[in-house]
Design a protein around this ligand. Structure first.
Ligand code: SF4
Length: 447
């Protein structure tokens, strides 16, 4: 979500007539986009702003701003801690950034816009995308769920869905430019369409996107378990472009903790979903988020999370240590799990997930996977990387000419995070269906 917001910010600035600098030392304007979801992310952003203030001391004309969730939450308090800061721009005022920058430059006065969480005017056409192959598409903003630990509803406002025709038009334009994969983004994409007139839900949206020629892969994040419907599971199974992957955070394996988190489901409800997803789409990759050390989490509660992860065998998991977010309901509970205990639990789950991922990835050695080639590998620029439909990283020998192609590959080796592959068929462009058969030529990628 923040990556996409950074692309909006870049688009708004460039659309406002500014150019792109090569690096922060070369820049006349520096805007930090920030995340408030965890204390660590917030601290990092403020630390970076402090370092940039030192740069501004040497270069007084530099315009320095903080955008995003930390701006929305801390508001003018940010000016107290960062006296050289010029701009505080909330989550729904991105479009006003060029005007704010001009005001700072003309008047030298600080600018703050954080007031209105109910309205937002974003020109999505301005988005300056970082990739020419894959694009994030915002389908909704905000969240109505109020999980007790989460700051998001307070800094991003209530849930608002974008009209489907706008989304379809944006994706249609991306398809014409050669984009192959789109990821629909929202805090809780499964509740897409609430309050839309005429009605349209996520399943209908997926069906409409599935029909757009040129787009080969569709993903969506994040899914809230309480809103995953049988119809959505059916759509993942039925629509050939919808990838066999779902990220649906469990957060805890303890029903007591889930209740305290206000998540709206029990472990049993969640397990039924896991079974339904695997029954409908046997090859589906499952991902989750887990929070350890939530207030009141006992050893027995934690053991239930360990057991749930063992049973489910996720393909990937993000493990977080709980940190109190001011203003949330959980902040009223005593943060009673010591930091050392949180670290220990975090480590246990990371190790467990590593073992599971390694076992599953190694079991795939010798099998075929379908990979959308993205570009050179970050770790080894002499090799190429892409992702499988299950969202696993695939690394292989190949050239730049393969970027944007969908190739059939065999898995030759694997670690917990990476599949090392060999190209089996350079000509494969059509997505396979959920049983591994090729799709109709209508869905072939451009050569
Ligand atoms: S669903 Fe819960 S965790 Fe996710 S953004 Fe909404 S309130 Fe936060």
């Amino acid at each position: 979500m923040n990556e996409l917001d950074s692309e909006f910010i870049k688009g708004a600035i460039v659309g406002g007539g500014f150019g792109e600098a090569q690096n922060e030392y070369d820049a006349d304007i520096i805007l930090l986009n920030t995340c408030a979801v965890r204390e660590m992310a917030e601290r990092k952003a403020l630390g970076k702003a402090g370092l940039l203030s030192q740069l501004k001391e040497k270069k007084p004309d530099l315009v320095l701003g903080i955008c995003g969730c930390v701006a929305q939450q801390r508001k003018e308090q940010l000016f107290d801690g960062l006296p050289l800061l010029d701009i505080v721009c909330g989550t729904r005022q991105i479009a006003q950034l060029p005007e704010m920058i001009e005001s700072v430059r003309k008047t030298g006065e600080r600018q703050i816009r954080v007031e209105d969480l109910s309205s937002e005017k974003l020109d999505f056409a301005l988005t300056k995308r970082n990739s020419l192959i894959k694009a994030f598409i915002s389908i909704m903003r905000g969240c109505d769920n109020y999980c007790s630990y989460c700051i998001v509803p307070y800094v991003r406002g209530r849930e608002r869905s974008r009209p489907p025709q706008e989304i379809i038009a944006e994706i249609g334009q991306l398809a014409q430019k050669g984009y192959k994969e789109i990821t629909l983004l929202g805090q809780n994409v499964n509740s897409y369409g609430k309050r839309l007139e005429p009605e349209c839900d996520l399943v209908e949206l997926l069906e409409r996107i599935n029909a757009i020629r040129g787009i080969e892969r569709i993903r969506f994040v994040t899914s809230h378990p309480k809103d995953i419907s049988p119809a959505l599971i059916g759509a993942i199974a039925r629509l050939e472009k919808v990838c066999e992957h779902i990220h649906f955070p469990l957060q805890s394996g303890s029903d007591k903790v889930l209740r305290l988190m206000n998540r709206g489901y029990s472990l049993n409800d969640y397990m039924k979903l896991v079974d339904a997803l695997r029954d409908a789409v046997p090859s589906i990759g499952l991902g989750t988020d887990i929070i350890v050390g939530f207030p009141g989490e006992t050893e027995a509660d934690f053991a239930e999370t360990v057991e749930a992860m063992r049973r489910i065998e996720y393909d990937s998991a993000f493990i977080f240590k709980y940190s109190t977010r001011e203003g949330t309901d959980a902040a009223k509970l005593p943060d009673d799990v010591p930091l050392e205990k949180k670290k220990e639990r975090n480590k246990i789950l990371l190790q467990l997930q590593k073992q599971i991922s390694l076992r599953k990835n190694r079991a795939s050695i010798g099998s075929y996977v379908e990979v959308l080639v993205e570009g050179p590998s970050k770790r080894n620029p002499y090799r190429m990387m892409g992702r499988t439909r299950q969202n696993k990283i695939a690394v292989f020998d190949g050239g730049q000419h393969l970027v944007g192609k969908i190739l059939k590959m065999t898995v030759a080796d694997a670690t917990a995070l990476t599949l090392f592959c060999q190209v089996a068929e350079e000509t494969l462009s059509a997505p396979q269906n959920k049983t591994g058969q090729r799709q109709s030529p209508a869905y072939r990628a451009s050569p």
